[in-house]
Design a protein around this ligand. Structure first.
Ligand code: NAD
Length: 328
């Protein structure tokens, strides 16, 4: 049994990880910014071994206090997430990511605590040479485009995490998730946004012609990968792509949601720059090479999009409060 500190625990990925850790008998210290228990942690809060602490990860004193509970490992998932956030508040995007990661990492270094970092497939930017190995180049746009603030901040955080390992010997791992979806995700990304619109009887919206591609990865597959990162010595000092390797266009993904929902609504098209502003820039293709995760960790993603959409849509139907959330 381990005691694991999870930052951003009230969010989509953090809350699923908390549930999985508790289910296997670990103790969890869950950190997030809300004074009240985040709704995603309602079930976890009823289980033994769970504690919630309000903690802004950019605040060193609060983070040090949370480490007073003596975790044996940290999974750092807190960040400002979502395209709308990057273009509306790039400063917060960069600061919460870089200052938050530096603060949590430095505190983990003081106590030699195993550290797993949630980076992102966004670090690769728009490198056209897909599929991307972990060592592929980062190809980003002009820093005057706010779009790249998130990718840049994640890249800088990876440098910090790698340096904590190579310079200071901290046992670290970096996970780069590719387009994760599932229950509880905010309706701010193509899958949950489309599920939300369709179940509310509204036509789904596709940005541009919908020919841009992604590899959609079910949350349970990512959680399995994060548990392996925590468990395996072979994960120490390593960076991994975690994604379901089948490439799909956005239009195909939207059609898959319509099929999973039993809907015959017709998608409409919108201009992303008109929605997100001139600071937006599209990534035409995003495809991981996941052979390293299989070779080193024995991890493969199991759920193809239709398999993951079934429970996602079912969950959404059973949660009318989620269907009433504002979009974005
Ligand atoms: N969802 C994906 O497809 C995806 C893909 C790649 C990477 N990631 C990364 O995984 C992590 C979790 O993403 P998510 O999808 O669960 O997002 P999310 O927005 O659902 O969760 C993030 C959580 O972090 C919290 N947070 C933000 N700033 C904080 C701060 N200063 N102090 C404490 N908590 C703070 C938020 O309140 C939120 O609960 C992020 O680091 C994200 O960049 C997610």
């Amino acid at each position: 049994m381990t005691k694991v500190l999870v930052t951003g625990a009230g969010g989509f990925i953090g809350s699923h990880l908390v549930d999985a850790l508790l289910a296997r008998g670990d103790e969890v210290i869950a950190l997030d910014v809300g004074r009240k228990l985040p709704v995603n942690l309602t079930e976890a809060a009823g289980r033994p071994g769970f504690v919630y602490r309000r903690c802004d990860v950019t605040q060193p004193l609060a983070v040090r206090r949370a480490f007073g509970d003596r975790p044996g490992a940290v999974v750092h998932a807190a960040a400002t997430v979502g395209v709308a956030s990057y273009v509306a508040s790039p400063m917060e995007t960069v600061e919460s990511s870089v200052i938050g990661t530096r603060t949590v990492l430095r505190t983990a270094m003081e106590r030699s605590v195993r550290f797993v970092y949630l980076s992102s497939s966004e670090v690769f930017g728009r490198n056209p040479a897909v599929p991307w190995l972990e060592t592929a180049d980062r190809v980003l746009g002009d820093p005057s485009l706010d779009r790249w603030s998130y990718s840049s901040s994640k890249g800088l955080c990876e440098h910090l995490v790698n340096a904590a390992h190579t310079e200071h010997g901290l046992p670290t791992s970096i996970a780069r998730p590719f387009n994760i979806y599932g229950a509880r995700q905010r309706p701010a990304f193509v899958i949950p946004l489309t599920v939300h619109r369709v179940l509310n009887g509204n036509a789904p919206v596709v940005y541009g012609d919908g020919a841009q591609t992604r590899c959609f990865t079910y949350i349970a597959d990512l959680i399995a990968a994060l548990l392996l990162c925590l468990e395996r010595d072979s994960a120490v000092g390593e960076t991994f792509n975690f994604g379901f390797p089948k490439e799909r266009t956005i239009l195909e993904a939207v059609r898959a949601v319509l099929a999973a929902s039993g809907s015959d609504l017709i998608p409409t098209h919108a201009d992303a720059k008109a929605t997100f502003g001139a600071g937006f820039d599209e990534i035409p293709r995003r495809v991981p090479d996941v052979r390293k995760a299989e070779r080193v960790l024995g991890w493969v993603a199991r759920s193809d999009l239709p398999d993951g959409l079934r429970p996602t849509v079912e969950w959404a139907r059973a949660h009318p409060e989620w269907l009433r959330l504002p979009l974005g």
